[in-house]
Design a protein around this ligand. Structure first.
Ligand code: MV4
Length: 469
């Protein structure tokens, strides 16, 4: 096991990783920005080291500062959390070079998954189901038109460097394709400094189902189970649940097999996620692979009773994965509600301020992963996640009842947050019936007369804020 771990992140995930370090008996150093001096992770850590000013580019995304912090504090491993540098192949490479273990996959594997066209190619070779699409980037309008006719309209134009839904465009015919292709390319160039785009058959309001993977350095690859993350708003997940509601056993097993096969083909190690789209017929198609621990990992922990972050660290230390597939057969049902510092009544505009009161929910089946405390000043520089409420029940109905109880108990004053909005979602009859899909929240908001209503039934533009928090 490691001598000391640098936690190169903030907020609730820094705390989550710190807790795993404690459970493993490994001292941890939290790297923090000047804006996070008074954070709970800093307060609870064995050591803390300031890595720069509030702007993430100068602190959490500053590779030389992060590496120096690890070296001066004598760390032999680095946990990147999610977001920031979590999927930065260059950081993983530098860690290698200075003798620090990057707690994540190999740099070349991160790089390969960052290129969506390359990832698609790899999955095709591995026999993982894919949507019809172009094998690589389309470089001319002629090529794009020909491909679109073969694939069948509507097609989705996606950036190879994208992910998280940024820079996607739906084209319903040749005319739209002609207009949107250069637009999508220019947008991709501006956003990712890479104008490469590819085409894929467009699915209308599919479900987003992803499979948690753990893979060690001894050839063991385990699919820990799937999560439904269809409830998203502008490509930000809002509610996640495990297992995915209403999926036949056969589909769940096929998903797990495909995810394992894909992870093996990618030579993946560490904790990771294979994302799929699921259509109305229950067919699934590979979308992308996330080379990090994800925000929603606790619901998988709740139904599998394995500690994903602790295993991620053990795997990085070279330990063999000693959990087998039978042990991860899901027990009961878990739901996560993300609580963000946003005002649902004002188009989810973010806000900051000082938390005056904080009363976390508890009781049977409730877990809260949050860095809040009374008196904490929410800094304006980072994403708006305040924490996550995770409810477990013997079945989905019990998980929902417990979530409603937990959200009712939750008190956060001083800032506006989304717990009240989450209560409305949990009470929705369609949600209660498990009728989830990626258009659900937009339709829910439309029913409530919310501005997000535009383009509910199939927006010409599906681009959003994206991001991989
Ligand atoms: C799609 C799609 C429909 N058809 N691909 C959004 C995130 C990005 N990684 C891929 N996304 C989508 N890809 C095809 N061929 C619809 C979406 C999509 C979506 C996917 C998952 C969760 C929420 C979503 C919301 C809108 C669109």
């Amino acid at each position: 096991m490691f001598r000391k771990i640098l936690i190169a992140n903030r907020g609730e995930i820094a705390l989550r990783v710190l807790r795993a370090c404690r459970d493993l008996g490994v001292p941890a150093v939290v790297a923090y920005s000047e804006a996070d001096r008074d954070s709970l992770a800093v307060r609870l850590a064995d050591e803390a080291v300031c890595v720069g000013p509030p702007a993430a580019a100068k602190s959490y995304n500053n590779i030389p500062a992060i590496i120096s912090a690890a070296l001066v504090t004598g760390c032999d491993a680095l946990h990147p959390g999610y977001g920031f540098l979590a999927e930065n192949a260059y950081l993983a490479e530098i860690c290698d070079q200075v003798g620090i273990v990057f707690i994540g996959p190999r740099p070349e594997v991160i790089e390969q998954m960052g290129d969506k066209a390359r990832a698609r190619h790899l999955m095709r070779e591995a026999g993982v189901p894919l949507l019809p699409g172009t094998p690589s980037t389309v470089d001319s309008l002629g090529e794009a038109r020909q491909a679109a006719r073969r694939i069948g309209y509507p097609v989705l134009i996606k950036a190879v460097a994208g992910g998280g839904g940024r820079g996607m465009r739906v084209a319903r015919d040749d005319i739209e394709l002609t207009r949107l292709l250069p637009l999508a390319q220019a947008e991709a160039e501006a956003a990712f400094a890479n104008g490469g785009v590819y085409l894929e058959r467009y699915l209308d309001r599919p479900r987003h189902v992803e499979v948690q993977i753990l893979a060690d350095h001894h050839g063991h690859v385990l699919a820990v189970g799937e999560r439904d993350c269809s409830l998203q708003r502008r490509h930000q997940k809002v509610v996640e649940e495990a297992p995915a509601p209403g999926l036949p056993r056969k589909t769940r097993e096929a998903l797990s097999r495909a995810a394992s096969r894909g992870a093996k083909a990618a030579r993946y190690t560490s904790a990771g996620t294979m994302e799929f789209l699921l259509d109305r017929d229950g067919q699934f198609f590979f979308m992308e692979m996330n080379a990090r621990i994800q925000v929603e990992h606790p619901i998988t922990e709740a139904v599998s009773s394995i500690d994903l972050v602790a295993w991620q660290i053990r795997i990085a230390a070279g330990e063999p994965l000693t959990v087998d597939a039978r042990a991860v057969e899901p027990r009961g049902h878990a739901i996560e509600c993300r609580i963000t510092a946003e005002d649902a009544e004002r188009d989810f505009s973010p806000n900051t301020g000082v938390v005056e009161t904080y009363v976390a929910p508890g009781g049977p089946g409730i877990r809260v992963d949050s860095h809040l405390y009374a008196g904490y000043a929410v800094p304006p520089y980072y994403d708006s996640l305040l924490g996550k409420v995770i409810a477990w029940g013997q079945d989905r109905a019990e998980a929902i009842t417990r979530m409603e109880r937990a959200l009712t108990e939750t008190v956060i004053t001083g800032i506006t947050h989304t717990a009240p909005f989450q209560r409305l979602l949990m009470a929705d009859p369609g949600f209660k019936r498990g009728e989830v899909h990626t258009g659900f929240i937009a339709e829910f908001l439309a029913r409530q007369g919310h501005p997000d209503a535009v383009g509910v039934t199939g927006p010409a533009v599906v681009a959003g804020r994206g991001g991989d928090r």
